[in-house]
Design a protein around this ligand. Sequence first.
Ligand code: ADP
Ligand code: MG
Length: 288
Amino acid sequence: SIPLSFFGGIGCASKNGILVKGSNYLETLSDVKYFVFDKTGTLTKGVFEVTDVVPAEGFDKDNLLEYAAYAESASTHPISVSLKKAYNQKIDNTLVDHIQEIAGHGVEADYNGHHILAGNAKLMKLKSIDYSAYTKAGTLVYVAVDDKYAGCIVISDIIKDHAKEAISGLKSLGAKETVMLTGDSASTAELVAKTIGIDTVHSELLPADKVEEVEKLLAKKSDKEKLAFVGDGINDAPVLSRADIGIAMGGLGSDAAIEAADVVLMDDDPLKISLAMKISTKTLRIVK
Ligand code: ADP
Ligand code: MG
């Protein structure tokens, strides 16, 4: 039978916007020593601003944004949402066809008789596009039209207000290692990690690479020490399930991530992770 105070713990968590899907997760939470984070939407707001538009010869800033926005018409990725907002015009869905989202790369679609690619350097390489790499920091969306490089849109995200405090809070609760796993570029990832105090960074990862990194950490730690993964995205579902405990951002988070998670933070606030741990420790003290 489940001790009554567990219900108290789950209730207390829920009053604080922390949805715990079972009393066993309260127990696991208090033993977490390894915290693995996704970047976009988890430690950063996931709301990108366009900071530069660099068209290649034969293109201009307006049509570059238009091609990108149309190619992104069906995607719910934070990058896509931000590009469509920057385009700021109504998208006529009847002009777009054969849309394909390629996880960890970007999107592909036919628009108005043209074949469009929009995504990172990995996508350009995958499709053998002769692109010119942009060297300044930022998250880059390269665009190709009919297999010809059309330019680059530079976007930048904002670190969440509580991210730094959240990481230091977890360390004071006894975290042994904090890790960031991201599909974004090394320069952006390292800047965020350094700013908020994350110990280890792995960048330019595909969803399967994230699972592999979590498995390496799982093999390294003792059985008693638990590993939590905290994420928000569509592509985070496999890694959320693989961790000892999966924590999802409930606001920005995709349905798949919320479904796969054991704990959901309703307001996307990373400070709630340490609060959840404190509630779990307190609950266990009452039970024992
Ligand atoms: P993360 O949440 O760690 O950034 P994702 O797997 O969601 O990881 O994305 C990894 C990278 O793939 C992004 O940083 C971006 O470069 C590229 N990408 C993914 N989806 C899109 C998209 N819809 N449009 C453009 N680029 C994308
Ligand atoms: Mg993500």
